[in-house]
Write a protein that binds this ligand. Structure first.
Ligand code: PLP
Length: 447
């Protein structure tokens, strides 16, 4: 197909995630054709530096031949194995074992999904099953954070607290509730301790309002991603975990973005010694080379479900759960993080990323720079003192992203005057320099 017929066919037939459909029809698709290392090439031959790892997932960079080889080998050997009827495959079992070994000690059992949304959905189903099976059927209310993102399934998009995911969808569901986001830049907190104590207080108050006997769980991202890369202070995650234990509700860490080295350690929970009751992962698990996610749970939850169900089957399953090709890919991706040196590379270059973002605080458009590991954001303001943002109608982040594209750089423009960055863990020092050279040039151009 020619470029123009591809664009026309896309306009007619392909529905894209989270775009305005009419705006997309007017604009037309940008077709990406190939990629290598940290660069993607569009169909017109433009080589673009990807500073967002696809959609914060291609953590190992593009074109990793060893992944291609294991995928081809697994496809030849056993392209599919169901988990139904007590069947399984060696890669899936090995991957479950590795995940249990490498995640916090509380997590002992793994259920594989196709991505993050169905991992969150599965977590909610397992939690409701657990409380029913263990004689606490009233525990059905869920609490999450404003600005949180937990996927696009019916349940997950309700735990999500971004208005665009609710509008016209009749969400949230009646059992979904929110507390404020740990958003230091836009909050009025004397210091980190004050922010943490306000957050603990908000969770306690929400649980008191709903009644602890009615609340099942608190869901959070250790660093909020799609809500604009909101980086809470160190100590926040542990404080929220401990508050959940105190209140007798489950603590679920959604590490779909923060997992697999994105924030430094393999999982963000590790940095604070946090042991969640459940954890959801996806994205970096297969680094985008194939779809896969997982929900991990504690032995207590697993046993509650297993022992509370008598002889009946537990009715939760997907045709492609624990897909052997995705599992083989994930095993190779895990090898690249560890033996392949990518976690170490990311750790050694994270200060360069941080310095590059912080250096832009001198730019007239930039009010805030925040980051942890290789996850970061700049927040744009029209006035640094008052922190006033730009009117949404100006579409400044979108205009900056379009200008960046002309400068051969891709990152994420969020609606709220926020630019998000999540370079691959395989970035080189020279690529970080190129990122910030192109970014500053772009910001100067739109000024
Ligand atoms: N949870 C979090 C924290 C996410 O960031 C995402 C996706 O960005 C999801 C869940 C949903 O994952 P997926 O898009 O793979 O369904």
């Amino acid at each position: 197909m020619s470029i123009s017929s591809l664009i026309e066919a896309d306009r007619k037939h392909l529905i894209h995630p989270v775009v305005n459909y009419r705006a997309h029809e007017a604009r037309g698709v940008t077709v990406l054709e190939s990629a290598h290392g940290s660069f993607v090439r569009d169909i017109e031959g433009n080589e673009l530096l990807d500073a967002f790892a696809g959609l914060w997932c291609v953590n190992v960079g593009y074109g990793q031949q060893s992944i291609v080889d294991v995928a081809a080998e697994q496809m030849k050997k056993l392209p599919y194995a169901t988990g139904y009827f007590h069947f399984g495959s060696a890669p899936a079992i090995e991957l479950a074992t590795q995940l249990v070994e490498r995640t916090p000690a509380s997590l002992q059992h793994v259920y594989f999904t196709l991505g993050g949304s169905d991992a969150v959905d599965s977590a909610v189903r397992f939690i409701t099953h657990y409380f029913n099976a263990t004689g606490r059927p009233r525990k059905k209310q869920f609490i999450s954070l404003a600005r949180g993102y937990h996927g696009s399934s019916t349940v997950g998009s309700g735990l999500t607290a971004l208005p665009v995911f609710h509008r016209h969808f009749d969400l949230p569901l009646p059992q979904q509730h929110y507390i404020a986001s740990p958003y230091a830049y836009r909050g009025d907190f004397a210091d980190d301790a004050a922010l943490i104590s306000a957050q603990v207080g908000a969770l306690e108050a929400k649980v008191a309002e709903l009644g602890a006997d009615n609340v099942a769980a608190f869901f959070c991202e250790p660093i909020q991603g799609s809500g604009g890369v909101i980086v809470p202070p160190v100590g926040w995650l542990k404080a929220m975990r401990d508050t959940c234990s105190k209140l007798g509700i489950l603590f679920v860490a959604d590490e779909v973005i923060t997992g697999f080295g994105r924030t430094g350690p393999l999982f963000a929970c590790e940095a604070e010694g946090v042991e969640p009751d459940l954890m959801t992962v996806a994205k970096g698990l297969t680094a985008g080379y194939a779809p896969m996610g997982a929900v991990l749970m504690s032995d207590e939850i697993y046993r509650g479900i297993a022992d509370g169900s008598g002889d009946a089957a537990i009715g939760h399953g997907y045709t492609y759960s624990a897909h052997p090709v995705s599992a083989a890919i994930a095993l190779e991706v895990m090898r690249l993080y560890h033996e392949g040196g990518l976690l170490a590379n990311a750790a050694s270059l994270a200060p360069r990323f941080a310095q590059g973002l912080d250096a832009l605080l001198d730019h007239p458009l930039v009010g805030d720079s925040r980051h942890r590991g290789l996850l970061g954001a700049l927040e744009l303001v029209s006035d640094k003192a008052s922190k006033a943002g730009f009117d949404a109608a100006l579409q400044l982040p979108e205009r900056i992203a379009a200008a960046a594209y002309r400068n051969r750089l891709i990152f994420r423009a969020f609606g709220d005057n926020i630019l998000g960055f999540a370079p691959a863990l395989s970035y080189t020092a020279a690529e970080f320099d190129l990122l910030f050279e192109r970014l500053r040039k772009t910001l100067d151009e739109v000024l």
